[in-house]
Design a binder for this molecule. Structure first.
Ligand SMILES: NC(=O)c1ccc[n+]([C@@H]2O[C@H](COP(=O)([O-])OP(=O)(O)OC[C@H]3O[C@@H](n4cnc5c(N)ncnc54)[C@H](O)[C@@H]3O)[C@@H](O)[C@H]2O)c1
Ligand SMILES: [Zn+2]
Length: 361
């Protein structure tokens, strides 16, 4: 088993990563004697792993709530349902929520924990690769509103995160690749050595070789933990984690969240940002080709769909909540492993980069 500490003073916690962790005794499962636990999961993940987790919590007053699966259910109606369940089981301030599932379940259970009785503990047990390397660490929790994704939310750090890499065995290939996009992202913005490592190990990664996957998850989380420790509430450096995301959010919005998984849109968005970094001569020629080859080896898409108009994409980007007061604030690349915040790119330059990416396969 490997561990990463997320260093946030009194809100610090440990991420445990390894094979076969669910179903065994583990300090991440320790809760106060006689306290109540609510496991929040969904219809896909619960049949696979709920029994294992429940067994690990033997001796505790365990309840579970199984929600429907999908981003479209990340609504306030589900928040009410979790709160109702907590009231129903008479959960008090010492109760703990365990989230068992992908990022959707983690975000929803985390926000319920943030808001119930002004905040109770929660433990993240992420089961998708995206949630393991990204969503489960950092304390962002929330729900979608018809007017925008994650519009309702809070920062609420978990008390522990437990990543059992065995859960990836049941994860569909497309979801696995989508998680890899976030891994590439973190390497591209702050860890050049990790980028080299991903290239050298891409075959083993796609074969989901256990030790390689554990190392990859650990290094991704260690990088994210450093960023979060430095800037918990995204006042500065944490914004780098949005590399590719402003473009991705526009693509997701314009295709009603149906055509792309989030990681797939991020893959395309990173390619646009990399192209822009090159054409603006911030970065080394050849970087976007290198990034594209790696993303392609992870079976991720690279090109902006030809049916989406580049000017419309730019307009949609301007609506993103992270675009501050109208000026496009983009994460670009100065060198492999070195992202930075750029607010000097002109609209014509952004449109040109989008258009250049439309010819990508
Ligand atoms: N809080 C954060 O910092 C943060 C960061 C990134 C993304 N997110 C959020 O995370 C969500 C996306 O997360 P996601 O990609 O995990 O999506 P998801 O939770 O919808 O999971 C993807 C699919 O895989 C299934 N699944 C999960 N684990 C499985 C397993 N082991 N075996 C079989 N199927 C499994 C899920 O049921 C779902 O159908 C979005 O809502 C996004 O806003 C949050
Ligand atoms: Zn993302």
């Amino acid at each position: 088993m490997q561990t990463v500490n997320v260093d946030l003073a009194e809100r610090s916690y440990t991420v445990y990563i390894g094979s076969g962790l669910l179903g065994k005794e583990h300090s991440a499962f320790d809760v106060a004697d006689g306290s109540t636990v609510l496991i929040v999961s969904n219809e896909t993940v619960a049949p696979l792993y709920l029994d294992l987790l429940t067994r690990s919590l033997a001796g505790v007053n365990v309840h579970s709530l199984i929600l429907p699966d999908g981003e479209s259910f990340k609504t306030v109606g589900r928040w009410t349902q979790i709160i109702d369940k907590l009231i129903d089981i008479r959960a008090t301030r010492d109760a703990t929520i365990f989230t068992l599932g992908g990022g959707v379940i983690g975000d929803m259970g985390g926000f319920a924990a943030a808001s119930y009785m002004r905040g109770i503990d929660f433990v993240q047990i992420p089961t998708s690769l995206l949630a393991q390397v990204d969503a489960s660490v950092g304390g962002k929790t929330g729900f979608n509103h018809p007017a925008g994704k994650n519009l309702i939310g809070a920062f609420h750090q978990p008390t522990a995160v437990l990543v059992d890499t065995d859960t990836l065995e049941t994860l569909p290939a497309r979801e696995f690749s989508a998680g890899l996009a976030e891994v590439v992202k973190i390497a591209a913005i702050r860890d050049a050595g990790f980028l080299d490592w991903l290239e050298a190990n891409n075959t083993a990664i796609m074969a989901r070789e256990s030790l390689v996957i554990s190392s990859m998850i650990k290094r991704s989380i260690a990088n994210k933990a450093d960023v979060v420790a430095e800037d918990e509430r995204e006042a500065g450096v944490r914004a780098l984690l949005n590399f590719g995301h402003t473009f991705a959010h526009a693509l997701e919005t314009m295709t009603d969240y149906h055509r792309f998984l989030h990681g797939e849109a991020v893959s395309i968005g990173m390619m646009v940002a990399a192209r822009l970094s090159e054409t603006r001569r911030f970065c080394c020629a050849g970087f976007s080709d290198r990034l594209g080859a790696l993303l392609q080896s992870f079976q991720l898409p690279l090109g902006v769909p030809a049916d989406l108009d580049s000017a419309d994409i730019l307009e949609t980007m301007k609506l993103d909540k992270k675009v501050i007061s109208g000026s496009a604030r983009l994460i670009l690349i100065r060198a492999a492993g070195e992202g930075f915040i750029d607010s000097t790119s002109e609209e014509s330059q952004i449109i040109a980069a989008i258009k250049a990416s439309q010819t990508e396969s």
